[in-house]
Design a protein around this ligand. Sequence first.
Ligand code: T1G
Length: 692
Amino acid sequence: MADPVSSTVEDGIAVLRIDNPPVNALGAAVRGGLMRAVEAAGADPSVRAVVIAAEGRTFIAGADITEFGKPPIPPTLPEVIAAIESLSKPVVAAIHGAALGGGLEVALGCHARVAAPAAKLGLPEVNLGILPGAGGTQRLPRLIGAAPALRIMAEGKPVTAAEAGDTGLVDEVAEDVLAAARALALRLADNALPAPPRDRTNLGAREAFEAEAAALTKRHADNPSVAACVDAVRAAFEKPFEEGLAVERAHFARLRDDPRSKALRHVFLAERAAARIPNLPKGTRARPVARAAVIGAGTMGGGIAMNFANAGIPVTLIETSEENLARGIERLAGNYATSVKRGSLTEEAKAKRLGLIEGRVGLEAAADADVIVEAVFEEMGLKKEVFGKLQSVAKPGAVIATNTSYLDVDEIAASTDRPGDVLGMHFFSPANVMKLLEVVRGERTSPEALATAVEVGRRLAKVPVVSGVCYGFIGNRMLSRRTIQAERLLLEGAAPSQVDKALTDFGFRMGPFAMTDLAGIDVGWRVRQAMGLKTAPVADALAEAGRYGQKTKRGFYDYSADGRTGAPDPEVAALIERIAGERGVTRREIPQEEVLERLLFPMINEGARILEEGIAARAGDIDTVWLNGYGWPARTGGPMFHADAIGLPRIVARLRDFAEASGDENLRPAALLVRLAEEGGSFVALDARAAA
Ligand code: T1G
């Protein structure tokens, strides 16, 4: 393989170029190549100064995440950076794009940094459950001050070179970074060697650091990475540089080997893998999308239209009457106004976005759209009627998507004479906030239409995941398994608060009953009625009693205190006991561990079936759905990753217990789950094998 690091010497300057697509991650070959090139530049008497640059869209995105957990291959990154730093010739980093994690740490080993105005510099390691591990916690504080350095690493958000301003992070901002870096290198070579960041003394006041540390520790109390950053940066005040590095190193090794970091690394890679569409013919291209249309200006349709406007794509929002249209536009304008009031959106940006949304009455207004998203009421007859009309209105090549949550996309497609253009684009509520987009691939969806929908999802800053057609697709199909168990647990003796607590203790922001109360019990009740489902007897009884949740001040909980805080309600307890009695369910005290297992394992089981049936291409796709659409806590990696961590044999055994005790055959473990458990396999290994 060609060396990913090349070196050319011109006018006494050695330019070292890193070329390791896609993002110049610092894998073993790059580290080795960089080490050799640095040593060669040091030994070459014709070289007076060195520039480190990179090819492609980023400078260096950091350590290679896929190497974590594998046996280390020398040289280590700290060794490479130490070699750069100890050169007796000036070294300048030419940062044209993202310099993240180890990438910024390489730049911090240089004597100076030149960056393009839009280049992003950051230490995002906390997002992966670790902390900077190649000297970032020691060098950055000495360069720009301990308080601002801590903020950068604890928040994990990069700053642009332009934003960094005169903090000292960047010595020069220039469009042509290479030319500017060479010029700076030559100037430095003509003068005394400047001190590299490790030898600077800009830590700033200890009090300022401690105040920042206290605020950040409070804000990120549940994040052990932030506490580790604080401890490591504090060492910069208290210990010599080398000892500070040892503090950083110890935290790094501990956090890297923690299950939490393994899960967060899985989340990062799974989200990116999900964007790769399975079984797409080679050379398939997304169609260009310049204009969108959304049918239906309800809460969902309005939110979807906002997504397009936010991404700078003009969108026509279509309704059946001026009155409905006005109401829809008013609602989304209100959402934008709230953002302005909160300070997250400027008045100009609001005006620009609103200017991209055109309200119209009548489906004909969708004629010039390249992608059309239907978001009308969840009713098959209505959807078919809309699609029947859209097939002739939509221009040739336009993608026609339904935002259905449960309905059969193939049946909807069959109501048109162009099923190749039809697919599902399932947004999650609130559509302008939630990151997940399930792209539902119908039996006859064309590869181009599918690629277009995924590409549109990416442009809308969503996390797209492709799902096959089935009831509820990936997310809601699994959710319905949890809902059934949650209701059964109530009948068997758990209180709504006990069930909710099991999930909030696990890391969800809300439990299922608090969530249902917030969304409105009547919503699911109407759907179940329409479909003849009797899976939620308690919720149905509450709805029949007019207890719709927060909006009626009563639901699974009593909200009469302040309208938002739910208190346990003896009436609900009595109602549950009555239903349990009518059904002859024996009530008992249920251990909290069983509550959690009863909620999670049937979901995992359904996930295994979804994989078996090819509805999802990867276990990681299922995790991505739950992480981005349902608030699954990232620190456990998603349901399928979590299943591996628990151990598949245990899950199989418990599911058998549950099936036995309830007589519910659906709780029998899926064949795939049983096979993996017996083989000593895992979902992660299954995905890795499929990717190879
Ligand atoms: N390692 C390995 N692969 C990576 C990678 C990385 N660090 N970063 C990106 N990729 C892959 C990614 O999986 C995808 O692969 C492709 O690159 C494009 O990514 C010692 C411990 C740089 C802003 O956390 O934030 O340094 O799907 O789709 O939108 O302290 O990638 O094509 O096969 O995201 O243009 C710290 C992570 C590491 C930065 C580019 N660094 N990366 O965004 O492309 S820890 C990070 C990003 C560390 C030191 C330590 C983004 C990006 P595939 P993409 P993008």
